[in-house]
Design a protein around this ligand. Sequence first.
Ligand SMILES: Nc1ncnc2c1ncn2[C@@H]1O[C@H](COP(=O)(O)OP(=O)(O)OP(=O)(O)O)[C@@H](O)[C@H]1O
Ligand SMILES: [Mg+2]
Length: 485
Amino acid sequence: MSKPKGKRAGRPAKSKKLAVVSGDKAVKPGPQVYANSSHALPPDFDLSDEFRAAFDRIEKTREHLFLTGEAGTGKTTFLKYFRQNTKKKYVVLAPTGIAAIHIGGQTLHSFFNFPLMLIRADDIRVLKRHERLFAALELVIVDEASMMRADLLDAMDQSLRLNKGNMLMPFGGVQMVLIGDMHQLPPVVSRELTDHYPRMYDSRYFFSSRAFRAVDFKYFSFTKIYRQKGRAFTALLNKIRMNQIDARDLAELNSRVDKSCDDYEDCIILTPTNAQAKAINEARLSKLASPVFEYPAMIQGAFDAGSYPNEVNLQLKVGAQVLMIKNDAEKRWVNGSIGEVIGLTEDQVRVRIGQEVYEVDPVSWEKVKYTYDEESNNITEEVTGVYEQYPMKLAWAITIHKSQGLTFDRLILDIGQGAFESGQTYVALSRCRDFDQLYLKKPISFRDIRLDKKIKDFHGDRVEHSEERDTGQADSVERIAFSDQ
Ligand SMILES: Nc1ncnc2c1ncn2[C@@H]1O[C@H](COP(=O)(O)OP(=O)(O)OP(=O)(O)O)[C@@H](O)[C@H]1O
Ligand SMILES: [Mg+2]
């Protein structure tokens, strides 16, 4: 039966040392080359005209592209499709560790060996061990580009010139595809940098970099929203995204205020701050009378603490609400499914998701590094670290920042002391598939809906929004906007 509270009752650390499961195939831990199989397309994947056009644009030209679109238009899904079908030699990178793990790529910092602080000229070096990789590299793709700081894009430009041995060409002649939605969360600028940044750049966003301004980046915008189905909801979300809501829209949104939403099942609470989410989770966990179980993660190779995808010591109790944080290889749940822990032993975790009960196994996340494989004359992913843990987090509440990129069926937004970042309320609300499954703990006010003027200025009229959606034009390829038109 259950262990008493406080006693360590996790899996023995020696278990599963030799084989690590990745998606549906077993791989040996430690550095090796493998084909990433954990990034499957959704079962109902729709290869839209927009997806085809974007694919051709990247595959058949060498243009630099900013691929954008509202939340849920399938940007990350397109990236998965692209990887499965391209013949180009590419790497997929992301500005944060969690985002990199999410797409099975590497962080910008680790790929280019940049320091975590501001990057200066002498931080950009010839990366000898990557010599052949750089020689072959044709394309760099960055997801979650809204979170990429300006100095990072400049540093990438310089590093690619140096390492491609092509100092005169922007990005050393490598094609750049930046994917993201600037109306979502911005880059985090550390306290140390906050004072200096305005002296160096107009803004923290990548579009303020010298490299972006020097090059003719084309724009490509996905317009069909897959995450939400209802047109009224997508229209309201778009007004919030563009900071164009009026009192009537706000009243419509606040019709979802529900004082008793705390009691609802299978809902995740989103909060602006970490402290607020932690307090909610701890309070809820301590209310449960059942004993606590602790499951230690198994970490092998190089896996820096900043990009751990889950708790090192995961504490669970029967009755705890959890968020599944990885798509299941057998398609029983997806990243973002909410469940309830209904049974725990030392090496068994049973979770109810919807009406079904599953026995959940630990899964692995790989930290990858790109290398050049001489034999195949190709760029390959090398697994340098493996992190194994149950794919779930205590999840009565999580921060809006953590929710970026996720999808939820039912959610409660507790805006607490208020939103403090551009795009924060939009990210929170746009995680939910359905307006009727969205609950507000407190009313949203105009000051919670923030849009940095710099973003507005950047977009100008180049990247259009979705007013036509209500007239059924959502799929129209003509609405793809390019900077040269
Ligand atoms: N072409 C598609 N066919 C079917 N489902 C799709 C398609 N594209 C996206 N989806 C589904 O829509 C949801 C949102 O997709 P995705 O996360 O790729 O959007 P996104 O544009 O990256 O969103 P965000 O801006 O929030 O990161 C997911 O549940 C995904 O499976
Ligand atoms: Mg995405």
